[in-house]
Design a protein around this ligand. Structure first.
Ligand code: ADE
Length: 229
């Protein structure tokens, strides 16, 4: 999968993709993340990319010319499945959406900054708007990092043990069961016997029950969604 990201502060995005699972995905050539600095398409000697909002009001808006120039130059080389604008007004990211996007070949992510991007670019080029929650960030970069992380780990072959993504919280609309590691006795706090029993089927049953209990307790809304399926 190829994910291109347009940003005015691409440096914000170098670290999240250079470690852990996303680094592994890149090393295995299963994912390539390309950061594009919008300023390279800026206007004039100052490489201007933003301007005041028509009608007044505080905050700058990313201008259409540099952004469209940048999008068109990328589109001339890559056929994108989706061109995504990260915005608090978008549909809220969840595991189902991450699953769907992990099956795509090429994604283009656009990070707004300041007051966002000119509405005409949204109308003409954006195929999907995604929010990572009902709060406002200074720009789309951190949201893009969250989105890429949630997608990248689901690309087949990225996780060593393919089943480990399947047992994540939300993967089947349930929260994950509790997990324990050594020592079996930590300051008198014991690991449940069943996990030491070696009885795979019983362990699976226990985990499912624990998932249900946890979900009922912490996120009963997820079980309602389950009924509706
Ligand atoms: N940009 C600013 N706030 C955002 C949010 N909550 N989700 C996605 N992009 C954003």
């Amino acid at each position: 999968m190829r994910i291109d990201i347009i940003s005015v502060v691409p440096d914000l995005l170098t670290s999240p993709f250079s470690h852990s699972i996303l680094k592994r995905a890149k090393d295995k050539n299963l994912l390539s993340v390309n950061l594009i600095d919008l300023r390279d398409f800026g206007i004039g000697g100052y490489k201007q990319v933003d301007d005041y909002a028509f009608g007044g009001g505080a905050g700058m808006v990313l201008m259409p010319e540099p952004l469209v120039h940048c999008i068109e130059s990328l589109k001339s080389k890559v056929q994108y499945d989706e061109i995504i604008y990260l915005s608090p007004e978008g549909i809220t990211l969840n595991q189902k959406l991450a699953n769907q996007l992990s099956l795509k070949e090429n994604l283009l992510l656009i990070c707004g900054h300041y007051k966002g991007i000119d509405q005409r670019v949204r109308d003409q080029f954006i195929t999907m708007e995604i929010s990572i929650g009902d709060y406002v960030l200074s720009g789309g970069e951190l949201a893009a990092a969250v989105l890429v992380d949630s997608i990248g780990r689901l690309i087949p072959g990225v996780l060593n043990d393919e089943t480990s993504a399947l047992t994540d919280s939300f993967q089947d609309n349930l929260l994950a069961p509790p997990v324990y590691t050594r020592p079996a006795d930590f300051r008198g706090l014991l690991v449940p016997d069943i996990l030491l029993s070696g009885h795979e089927a019983k362990i699976e049953e226990w985990r499912y029950e624990q998932s249900l209990l946890r979900t009922k307790e912490k996120r009963p809304d997820l079980l309602k969604d389950l009924d509706a399926l």
